[in-house]
Design a protein around this ligand. Sequence first.
Ligand code: DSN
Length: 409
Amino acid sequence: MTKLAKNDPQVYKLIKKETKRQQEGMELIASENYVSKAVLEALASVFTNKYSEGYPGKRYYGGQPYTDAVEILAIERAKKLFSAEHANVQPHSGAPANMIVYSAVLKPGDKVLGMDFSHGGHLTHGHPVTLSAKIYNFIRYKTKADGLIDYEELEQIALREKPKLMLAGFSSYTRQIDYKKFLDIAKKVGAITMFDMAHIAGLIAGKALPNPIPHFDIVTTTTHKTLRGPRGGMILCKKEFAQVIDKACFPGFQGGPHMNNIAAKAVAFKEALGPSFKVYAGQILKNAKVLENELRNYGFKLMFGGTDNHMILVDVFGSKGVTGKEAETALDEIGITINKNMIPDDPRSPMDPSGIRIGVPAITTRGMKKKEVKQIAQWINSAIENRNNEIILNKIHKEVIKMCKRFPI
Ligand code: DSN
């Protein structure tokens, strides 16, 4: 980055500092990951200079031979990766992708049945603070005490409310959704089915979890997180929804697609189609299981009864009398990054909830396995239990940095 260092030393220094933070820190935020250098190079390419409103072969501006070619590559690779009939790779991220789907298939006031936020659903699945909740009528389903979705209640709500859209998917739910049960209920009430697979897209691409795409009408995702691509979104759907989805994306909701981002998505999809990505996805599940067992042995209460995917939701307040915010701060001090998180029907506030969410996709990308995960669990426990002891926290922090240096990003 010689030009940047010379022309804008302030930004250059911040990038250098962030690089060091990422290199020396243990990233356990469940939605974060490290992209390859190839993805970074595509992101930093001249495609960022181009306006390309429209779709390949149907653009509003000239000069599109290479943007068309790169978008087609991304589309074809996405379809192959997820066995999808149609792919739209233009959504800027997951939240816009969800909004695009709602606007494509719903009218203002229509009913959507989505997962409750504190039970693992995402903000854009109808949380009252969002724009979508002001336009559409969201109804929520929850999980049971054993951590599984209450499919009986889901069916009762669906039969009573007759939603136009039934939405599966989550951002902090740690168990596998029973696709068949969900789809059977949707069929009974004639609802359109949508799956937000943002968190587990990489696990699906790597065949570690079953693929919802051939079964659900519409599937949204981010391309970062477990899929390990650039920050961005994508919508996959059955052919019959292709036209309304494309129209709702552009011109309905977005302007010009970010073509550098689409080029980087194409690169990431090629990586995910390769054999090593299967190994990666499988290792994520193994690492998450090790973390689950270790944390349980240290006396942590795990929500939803454990994990079937890449993340764990821990009730730190119920287990150790430490709030989510206190735990996040203690772990920050030792260079382990997680996020405080609501637990189901959390009596505490979102800024200082009862839980923390921990995920292993990023450390798995670094090559960490069972031995390292066991050590990380021990550090997490020790930092939370000794959160007021600077000497212990400093000592652990040095060990964290040492391990990170053995597994460079
Ligand atoms: N912010 C993402 C996450 O952490 O799950 C979802 O939007």
